[in-house]
Design a protein around this ligand. Sequence first.
Ligand SMILES: C[S@@+](CC[C@H](N)C(=O)[O-])C[C@H]1O[C@@H](n2cnc3c(N)ncnc32)[C@H](O)[C@@H]1O
Length: 347
Amino acid sequence: MTEENPPPPAAVPHKRRVRYRGKNPRRYEEKYKEHGRDPETIAKVIAAGKTPVGTHRPILVAEILAALAPQPGELAVDATLGYGGHAQEILPRLLPGGHLLGLDQDPLELPKTEARLRALGFDASVFTAHRSNFAGLPQILAAQNLSGADVILADLGVSSMQIDDPARGFSVKLNGPLDMRMNPQRGQSAAAWLEKISAAALGDLLVANADEPNAAHLAPALAGKQFTTTLQLANAIRAVLPRLGKEDADATVRRVFQTLRIAVNDEFSALDTWLRFLPACLKPGGRAAILTFHSGEDRRVKKAFANGLADGTYAQIAEDVIRPTPAEQFSNPRSAPAKLRWAVRAK
Ligand SMILES: C[S@@+](CC[C@H](N)C(=O)[O-])C[C@H]1O[C@@H](n2cnc3c(N)ncnc32)[C@H](O)[C@@H]1O
């Protein structure tokens, strides 16, 4: 056999490309192709202003570090550990000798974050994870004979991991069970909650939790009804207001989902309790920072800090709210609504 006459290639079965079924893939694996991909693909996802699935990009990191000024040997609390993005920045600044208590009520994501931070070298002497609602911080400090923390951070709301996992039922885009619980082992799902609520109560909550302008039309159409999936609810919301353009309809769906999420997770009660206990959880001179994502949260933080300044509980508070720069909003659109406020406990 000569070079000029090579043997015919072995028959390689032709592999058909998976047919793309339209512009908006419905399946999780199709939508998030970067799952398990290399760092280059992940960098591309970030450069396109998106968050790689299964991760969370921390917001206003430099501004939070400036406000909290964590020092070696200090005790810090990250009350909403999430992916550990902020914790990962705070932890090295506590060394040597410091410790960070990371709290989160999510039993599904917390062990993953704990493992991730351990893999980065933060052992139990510098970092401990606590599955708890942050309203339980006083008990956690007391159980460890700690009088208070030097630094406390709360980054409210849900993480990207929670939003992007359709099985959690937070997503307005991906179909999944209508659940929305940050701790699925407690309380009732959004579907069960919606089935029991009256139209009058839902109307009030749509205004209180999300400033929904169409509350009067939406409430009677949704309250007391059975919706099993996120897509069923999203479609029902759109059907109530058929004349809205796509952008307004999408915004309405987001506001209704936000209303349900806040109610199902009792978010305002937890925040009110937290703001009441916060000064007692801080050492004299201790610093607190809180990131909020909508007006209902920010109003509460602003008022609690202003009252604390007026009665001498806090020595100093942020004069103005701190917002992400246009560059951060562009590179991470999920940061756009964020507002940061800080306070320093009086000595
Ligand atoms: C926005 S994410 C935090 C992201 C985190 N700062 C990071 O950089 O990765 C909010 C997290 O707080 C948790 N969370 C929300 N409300 C909570 C509460 N009342 N108590 C404890 N955890 C809470 C959620 O489960 C979620 O993981």
